[in-house]
Design a protein around this ligand. Structure first.
Ligand SMILES: *Cc1c(COP(=O)(O)O)cnc(C)c1O
Length: 446
């Protein structure tokens, strides 16, 4: 299939113009992306930055290597969870002292959901024992969120406990369920941006609606933090969790974060009462006494190497605001989509036959401003298409059962990357390169 050079050149000219207008373009130089790779997977694992790489070497060689245990004080390792939490806070619209960096989303969900259930349990009247036992969520929430609730449900199924129960509904039934079951719901647990289709919930509206029914609200910000403007304090959100290895570029398995509205801190009780969350860890007291501040969310010894790398990666955000990031994200997303439309139409024009049953189907909101920083296409061969893309240097990901997901990290992608990625994808679709057997062997991580 001959590439229509005229069409591609027109798109490349447009891209050049957009690059020149892009205020975030210089930030790209902060990152170490392999040559000839278009990385549209920063929404799964953000790339390495120079700052992160330098810190990794420093923390291993100088800090751990030379200063050894003294580093807990001399390099302030002991306060790293708070330091990093405070660096993440402005990206979430959260005040200093309300965010802590620790553990993973899954573990932080366990702590915060348990804490929320305890708050709801102690506020209910005694003749209404199991009034608020539901945790309302969404059917297609990220599985770990649902799994953690299922684990809690098992743990709390004993007679001595008030119990809890997962209630997951379709996205468009959330509001109805809040209204209908409001007095039985303890917590509304939602992911702000859906991982498959990029749908965005109205955080303010849903939080306010739930509060009106006495429900506590927890948001998972995995696909929002670092790429969408957020206003946790202003929306009066109760709790939030998120990870740092996606748009925050903290590195594989970098620790997550937890947000607790300051009004909840004094009475909060979380069950993973490890020594790092103690008021005075180094007093080695017999009895647990929680710390006053957000550090009460800590459990055990933090992973200092990983958290230090994250700390350095976050410095890239120091002089950038989330409105600029969101604006570029929408522009990249829209431009990629229009490149795909143009290129597919140009191919179709050449072949004169429309291959409807074999085309990519948009599996997200049509308007980029109404979805997170990603585009999703459904196709029965989505896995093989993704492998064919990777083979040609376009790193995207596949999400079961049939979604090809392309993520737009505005800090290091250019508009030229969008043209090249779209050209490669359109070419794969029309040559059916994805039918090659080597692209149809499933790896363990997809
Ligand atoms: C990536 C992601 C997670 C991952 O959870 P971990 O415990 O950090 O592995 C959780 N929730 C959502 C919505 C995600 O996208």
């Amino acid at each position: 299939m001959p590439v229509n050079h005229k069409v591609v050149n027109e798109l490349l000219t447009l891209a050049k113009k957009y690059n020149q207008e892009d205020v975030l373009l210089p930030v790209k130089d902060e990152f170490l992306i392999p040559e000839n790779m278009i990385y549209v997977d920063g929404n799964s694992l953000g790339p390495l930055s120079k700052k992160a790489k330098d810190r990794a070497i420093e923390v291993v060689e100088q800090q751990w290597g030379s200063s050894l245990i003294a580093s807990w004080n001399t390099h302030d390792w002991i306060n790293l969870p708070q330091t990093v939490g405070n660096k993440i806070a402005p990206l979430l619209g959260a005040s200093e002292g309300s965010v802590i960096c620790c553990d993973s989303i899954s573990v932080n969900l366990f702590k915060l959901l348990s804490a929320a259930l305890l708050i709801q349990g102690s506020s209910q009247n005694s003749d209404n024992k199991t009034a608020r036992h539901l945790i309302l969520s969404q059917d297609d929430n990220f599985p770990t969120d649902l799994y953690v609730v299922q684990g809690l449900q098992d743990l709390m199924s004993s007679a001595s406990s008030q119990g809890c129960e997962l209630m997951s509904v379709k996205s468009d039934h959330i509001e109805k369920s809040i209204v209908q079951y409001g007095d039985q719901i303890a917590v509304l647990m939602l992911t702000h941006v859906n991982f498959r289709n990029g749908d965005i919930h109205d955080m303010k509206r849903l939080t306010t609606l739930a509060h009106g029914k006495g429900i506590l609200v927890l948001w998972d910000l995995a696909h929002s933090a670092g790429v969408l403007p957020l206003a946790l304090d202003e929306c009066e959100v109760d709790f939030a969790v998120g990870c740092t290895y996606k748009y925050l570029n903290g590195g594989p398995g970098s620790p997550g974060f937890a947000y607790v509205a300051k009004r909840h801190l004094p009475a909060l009780r979380q069950p993973l009462s490890g020594w790092m969350g103690h008021k005075q860890p180094f007093a080695f007291d017999h009895d647990y006494q929680k710390a006053d501040g957000i550090e009460q969310l800590l459990c055990g010894t933090p992973s200092i190497i990983s958290m230090s790398v994250l700390d350095a990666a976050l410095d890239i955000f120091a002089n950038i605001n989330t409105l600029q990031i969101r604006a570029k994200s929408i522009d990249l997303n829209t431009f990629f989509q229009s490149c795909m439309d143009t290129l597919m139409a140009s191919y179709e024009h050449q072949t004169e036959e429309k291959q409807d049953d074999e085309s990519l189907v948009l599996a997200c909101k049509k308007d980029a401003s109404e979805r997170g920083s990603q585009i999703s296409y459904a196709h029965p061969s989505a896995y093989a298409i993704c492998q064919a893309l990777i083979d040609q240097g376009v790193i995207a990901d596949f999400r079961a059962p049939d979604i090809l997901r392309i993520g737009f990290s505005p800090l290091f992608l250019t508009f030229t990357d969008m043209v090249k990625a779209a050209q490669i994808l359109a070419n794969i679709m029309f040559t059916k390169a994805y039918l090659a057997p080597e692209f149809n062997v499933k790896n363990r991580v997809t």
